[in-house]
Design a protein around this ligand. Structure first.
Ligand code: KG4
Ligand code: ZN
Length: 342
């Protein structure tokens, strides 16, 4: 059965997006996402509400993915799902659902690491994607992670640097929340920054040795700066919103960019791939393209629909697991802190 081109139903439910995709070989047939608007009212993800929303959305999203792909469930080769990392309650909904379908259809189960999925979107068969050669640098920038990973192959990933505290997406979201922007604020900051001056306000860039980064210092500096300015002028944020967004975005991107340049030069790499929600950010995309042009490096930027959480990334990772004949079992536990490495 597994010698035919595999058709995989993939499920992603690690945080606040309920997603399902169908992939045939390395081609995406459907990629469906149900966002959970409920969290906007709270200014951040409420884990218990996320689990409940996954429960109500997972069946319609899976049905939609199968319908769009024009695939009958009897044609499926395997079921893939996110094993971790993520919110435990959210992960459990996807895992229980995936296990039930795999049991009912009597087909294999494939547990996937969410962060590996973010990077493996660069191996989807799509004319917009330039598939990298190994070794390359993988950069994961999301709401929960900020990592620099040396990729030896699809699954042999060596973490060279990571954030010591907040993730870059978290810093975007928290600075945005302080400015009164809705959650998640990353896309809003990106949009408003286009009309602002990135050099109007200066925030500190930490000077850490090695390849690690830190985002909590700059987040605190922004919050303190805003509080001080508001004491002088209560309308300060409103009057300077675009310049604030541009300056904050510039600083957050510079922090990771400095380390990307350092690691690529020191490890003598020439191909960079980037994944995760913040890979949709226009400043990071432009800056990376400019540096690549200057240094003669190749930078692969994923199409937007494969940056923020999606199930296509789980499907492509599962495709490579099938090539290695690596399958999971019904007893595999969800793991909120699932690690990967050599
Ligand atoms: O990968 P993702 O969907 O979920 C996690 O695994 O965390 O990433 C979500 C994060 C949020 O922090 C969101 O604000 C950020 O990605 N994000 C952006 C942009 N689009 C999404 N940050 C900056 N600029 C964007 N255009
Ligand atoms: Zn993610």
């Amino acid at each position: 059965m597994l010698h035919k081109t595999p058709i995989i139903l993939a499920i992603e439910s690690s945080c606040d997006d309920t997603a399902a995709a169908v992939i045939k070989g390395r081609k995406i047939l459907s990629n469906c996402i149900a966002n959970q608007e409920i969290h906007i009212a709270y200014g951040g993800v409420v884990p218990e509400l996320a689990s409940r929303a996954h429960q109500s959305k997972i069946v319609p999203v899976v049905q939609q993915a199968l319908r769009k792909a024009n695939i009958d469930k009897k044609d499926l080769t395997a079921i893939a799902y996110t094993q971790g990392p993520g919110l435990l309650g959210s992960l459990l909904v996807g895992s229980a659902f995936a296990k039930s379908i795999a049991l009912a259809l009597d087909i294999p189960l494939i547990p996937i690491n969410h962060m590996q999925g973010h990077l493996l979107v660069h191996f989807i068969d799509d004319e917009r994607i330039q598939t990298p050669a190994f070794p390359c640098l993988g950069v994961t920038v999301s709401g929960g992670h900020t990592q620099l990973v040396l990729m030896h192959d699809q699954f042999k990933m060596e973490i060279l640097g990571t954030t010591l505290d907040d993730a870059i997406g978290e810093a975007f979201d928290k600075c945005g929340k302080r400015m009164g922007l809705p959650y998640p604020s990353g896309p809003q900051i990106d949009k408003l920054a286009k009309e602002g001056n990135p050099h109007r306000f200066t925030f500190p860039i930490p000077n850490l040795p090695g390849y690690d980064v830190s985002y909590s210092g700059v987040k605190t500096a922004v919050i303190n700066f805003l509080s001080n300015q508001e004491q002088k002028d209560p309308n300060f944020i409103k009057l300077n919103r675009n310049d604030l967004c541009a300056s904050i975005q510039y600083t957050l991107v510079q922090i990771i960019l400095t380390k990307i340049v350092k690691v690529v030069k020191e490890k003598k790499l020439s191909h960079i791939i980037i994944g995760g929600g913040v890979a949709a950010n226009s400043e990071i995309r432009t800056q990376l393209q400019n540096i690549a042009l200057k240094e003669g490096w190749i930078v692969s930027l994923p199409p937007f629909e494969y940056t923020t959480d999606n199930a296509a990334m789980i499907g492509i990772a599962a495709y490579y697991k099938i090539q290695k004949e690596e399958f999971g079992g019904f007893g595999d536990p969800s793991n909120a802190r699932l690690k990967y490495g050599l």
